[in-house]
Design a protein around this ligand. Structure first.
Ligand SMILES: [Zn+2]
Length: 470
């Protein structure tokens, strides 16, 4: 625990940010980074501190910013199994020190009611800092006006769904109105881009044909219906003159739509998630209903799509890797869909795994180290108005810092992870590199596998508007 004015020095590590890699020591005063100085320099040697952290042979990286999580989300007659307490603790173990979760507007209710409900769930519970996007389920005139107020307050992004008719779904008219409003008030529209109306027809037909296994979840949610919705969302955003951020992109054809829009110089951005980079329809097809563990939307795609996703992460046609962390236990939750894949709660656990999986991608040659930090820390912070407080290591930034051991080899498993879910989507996967010491605003919350934080340390973060627009 670090008292308000205590100093900590992290010595001997390689500081990696999105911008540079430097052999530097880092001085923390209280909750913020005070200075960086070269190893052994007179300045660094002169620093006196109550706490010293030896980062020799380690990277010193900004804490991860996961811009897409769903703690305690009610869905499909059940609720995501991580609370804000367990989910943010697991995030900290994985080197993520900020989450942006989604407050949900209920149909017939105001945005305010939804936001208040999510504040109540999170307040006093979080191990790390947190912010909220707002899911809009019912776009009325009053709700459009409310958007302006939320932007002023620091809830500056709004998620709409072209999927899930009867639940979160908005039709094109509602989407256009929300986009027009965000064009005027500076908000960023986030889109779940799948043609839910068409998908529901295919679901009905699949079930009627006796196709009830989890793998049919992937088959009915066709790639073309992701691409079509992505295309339509982009055109609606152009008509409205609004920026657009497409969440959890999984199909190569959808990536192509984003790439075309970006080639036109539009403020159109895409996010993908580790599950689309590391898992595939092969997992959905696992026997004995095991495939249910991998049911999420957009769905996992055939392996061939992965190369397109990695390429887009290098070209910046995809700019962010978030998790869409939305865990449901296999026993009692995923099982709700035995005999009917459409009743399997949609979502995967992953908030603890993202930083390490992306580091593995560095070792595998998909990304550079700086790009790893850009995708996982800096760009999500900029995209959602948290930079440079979050997402980098620089004087004045919050001291959210991870001492990352790039040599620590381990096996991902539900037996050892900290997420409140009874399986790992990456069970048995060996990765090299792991967060060793994790600081949140100058306080060590995880060290060598031990949790030193506390529920309620994490603070709510009001956000500015997007800092990533062209
Ligand atoms: Zn989501």
């Amino acid at each position: 625990m670090t008292a308000s004015n205590e100093r900590t020095v992290i010595r001997g590590g390689l500081v990696v940010t999105a911008a540079e890699e430097i052999h530097a020591d880092v001085l923390i005063e209280g909750e913020r980074v005070a200075a960086l100085a070269a190893h052994g320099s007179a300045a660094a040697r002169a620093w006196q501190a109550e706490h010293e952290i030896d980062a020799t042979d380690c990277y010193v990286v900004p804490g991860g910013v996961d811009a897409h999580t769903h703690m305690e989300l009610p869905f499909g007659g059940t609720s995501a199994s991580d609370t804000f307490e367990t989910g943010t603790r697991a995030a900290a173990f994985g080197g993520t020190t900020t989450i942006v979760d989604f407050a949900v507007q209920g149909v017939g209710h105001s945005l305010r009611e939804g936001l208040d409900a999510w504040h109540a769930k999170a307040e006093g519970k979080c191990a790390i800092d947190y912010a909220f996007h707002m899911i809009m389920s019912d776009v009325t005139q009053d709700v459009l006006k409310e958007m302006d107020v939320l932007v002023e307050e620091g809830v500056t992004s709004f998620k709409l769904f072209m999927a899930y008719p009867g639940v979160f779904y908005s039709d094109d008219g509602r989407i256009l109105r929300a986009m027009q409003r965000s064009a005027a008030n500076g908000g960023l529209i986030m889109m779940h881009a799948e043609n839910g109306i068409a998908i529901d027809v295919l679901v009905e037909q699949a079930l009627a044909a006796g196709h009830t296994d989890p793998r049919y979840h992937g088959e009915v949610r066709r790639e073309l219906l992701e691409a079509e919705a992505t295309h339509r969302a982009i055109q609606l955003a152009r008509v409205a003159g609004a920026p657009l951020y497409v969440v959890h992109v999984s199909a190569e054809q959808a990536v192509n739509e984003l790439a075309q829009a970006r080639d036109l110089g539009l403020n159109v951005f895409g996010e993908t998630c580790p599950q689309y980079l590391f898992l595939s329809t092969d997992n959905l097809a696992e026997p004995d209903f095991e495939g249910a563990k991998y049911v999420c939307s957009t769905p996992l795609r055939p392996k061939e799509h992965q190369a397109a996703l990695w390429r887009a992460l290098r070209t910046n046609d995809l700019s962010v890797v978030s998790t869409d962390h939305c865990p449901f236990c296999f026993v009692g939750q995923k099982e709700l869909g035995r005999g009917d894949f459409s009743k399997i709660p949609n979502g995967l656990p992953g908030v603890e795994n993202r930083m390490d999986l992306l580091h593995q991608a560095v070792l595998d040659g998909h990304l550079s180290r700086r790009r790893w930090i850009e995708l996982a820390c800096a760009t999500p912070a900029r995209m959602f108005g948290l930079y440079p407080r979050k997402g980098t290591i620089a004087p004045g930034a919050d001291a959210d810092i991870v001492v990352f051991d790039p040599h620590d080899r381990y096996t991902m498993s539900a037996a050892t992870h900290h997420m409140n879910v009874d399986y790992s989507a990456y069970e048995g996967r060996q990765v090299t590199g792991r967060a060793r010491t994790v600081l949140s605003r100058g306080t060590t919350v995880v060290d060598r596998g031990r949790y030193l934080g506390r529920a309620g340390h994490g603070a709510y973060l009001p956000r500015s508007t997007s800092q990533y627009l062209i």
